[in-house]
Design a protein around this ligand. Structure first.
Ligand SMILES: C[S@@+](CC[C@H](N)C(=O)[O-])C[C@H]1O[C@@H](n2cnc3c(N)ncnc32)[C@H](O)[C@@H]1O
Ligand code: SF4
Length: 371
């Protein structure tokens, strides 16, 4: 059995970006400390749900880089003390606004190997419009500090922001490529209900159309390819084989444990989701009550569907041979109909099934032909 990954959610940001509906608040240090104490208590019980090996740790959010000094080490130590660990990859998500030399030194000393930086764009007008606290100069400085400190670095790019041009994408990719960044995640902007951006749209804000976003994505893929970034998942690109080992675990249905508010994990067939209210999370743990909102066992059909859905987003494609061995099924017997329907959009060599690159953006419709 391959080793599991551990995800830890940090629900704090210095302020909220206009588009974001991730679970996070602008908490003060007292709240952060209560949260970290609760989190460590939850992690320490982790052995009850999993006693195998752990080889990746991913601290995401929210903004883990805005935590008080020493917090990341406390979390990592709790994970090391609880599980049998040897980290092949230890990622922390950081915002350029809260990542400087001092933070880099602190994270390095805590054993972090990889920094994922939310950069989004190098157009200062665009950054301001979406409520980012940093400008392009701060973001570039953060990238350089992360690379110079010896971390593997990933940068987030958003596509489909108002006023964004192909030039913005070119600037972003060439800066990252020239400065030692070997991983880029390119996310299409999603207008999430309840966010200030959704209100802006209701009040008449016009965002790029779906066709325009598709063109930007296509342009990003081409520019990234020219700069030697291979696409390995719909939104993820890397150089020199630097795929995110932790995220690959989600996409290949390995086990992952998750701690913190709103975190969800999977061990074998069992899936669990933690409560999504920070106050409820902290008081439940302080009162020794468990923090799962739901816990469920996936049926074999659920597992097969998820395996297909995740596999088809990967550029390596769905490993049909593995699927057949793992679930004891014959792919063609169970999914012959789907295969027929999807034939124009996929390539199948009897071993792996891949969505053709030109249909990557309509991957969900192709996936629906199977499940
Ligand atoms: C947790 S944040 C990264 C770290 C840090 N909080 C920051 O923003 O710099 C994860 C990433 O999700 C992406 N994201 C968040 N909300 C999104 C949305 N509504 N549409 C598309 N991408 C989104 C952004 O690219 C963001 O960098
Ligand atoms: S994008 Fe990042 S910094 Fe902005 S609100 Fe979301 S989690 Fe916080």
């Amino acid at each position: 059995m391959s080793a599991a990954g551990v995800y830890v959610h940090i629900p704090f940001c210095r302020s909220k970006c206009r588009y974001c509906d991730f679970i996070s608040v602008c908490g003060n240090e007292d709240l952060q400390r209560r949260y970290i104490d609760a989190l460590i208590k939850e992690i320490n019980t982790g052995r009850k749900i999993f006693d195998g090996d752990v080889d990746t740790l991913y601290i995401g959010g929210g903004t883990p880089s805005c935590l008080f000094g020493g917090a990341v080490r406390m979390i990592a130590d709790a994970v090391r003390d609880t599980f049998s660990c040897s980290f092949r990859e230890f990622t922390v998500e950081c915002n350029p606004d809260t990542f400087d030399k001092e933070k880099a030194l602190e994270l390095k000393a805590a054993g972090v190997s990889r920094i994922s930086l939310g950069v989004q764009s190098f157009d200062d007008g665009v950054l301001k419009e979406i409520g980012r606290r940093h400008d392009s100069r701060t973001a570039k400085a953060a990238v350089k500090i992360a690379v110079d400190s010896g971390f593997d670095v990933s940068a987030d790019l958003m596509l489909g922001l108002k006023g964004q041009t192909e030039r913005d994408i070119d600037d972003f990719v060439s800066f990252m490529s020239d400065n030692g960044v070997e991983h880029i995640s390119a996310y299409m902007l999603k207008v999430e209900e309840g966010t200030p951006l959704a209100a802006d749209v209701k009040n008449g804000l016009i965002l790029p159309s779906d066709d325009d976003v598709a063109k930007l994505y296509d342009h990003a893929c081409k520019t990234l390819r020219k700069a030697r970034f291979e696409r390995y998942e719909t939104s993820n690109f890397c150089k020199n084989g630097k795929r995110c080992i932790h995220n690959m675990k989600y996409w290949t249905m390995c086990d992952y444990l998750a701690f913190g508010v709103a975190a969800h994990g999977k061990t074998g067939k069992r899936r669990y989701f933690n409560v999504s209210d920070i106050g409820e999370y902290i008081t439940s743990i302080e009162n020794n009550t468990h923090v799962y909102k739901t816990e469920e066992d996936m049926t074999t059909d659920d597992e097969i569907s998820e395996y297909i859905m995740l596999g088809l987003r990967l550029d390596d494609g769905l490993d049909v041979a593995e699927l057949e061995t793992h679930f004891g099924i014959k792919f063609k017997d169970k999914f012959g109909q789907g295969l027929k329907k999807a034939a124009p959009y996929v390539g199948y060599d009897g071993k792996s099934l891949k969505i053709k690159p030109e249909y990557a953006l309509v991957a969900n419709s192709v996936i629906n032909m199977f499940i």
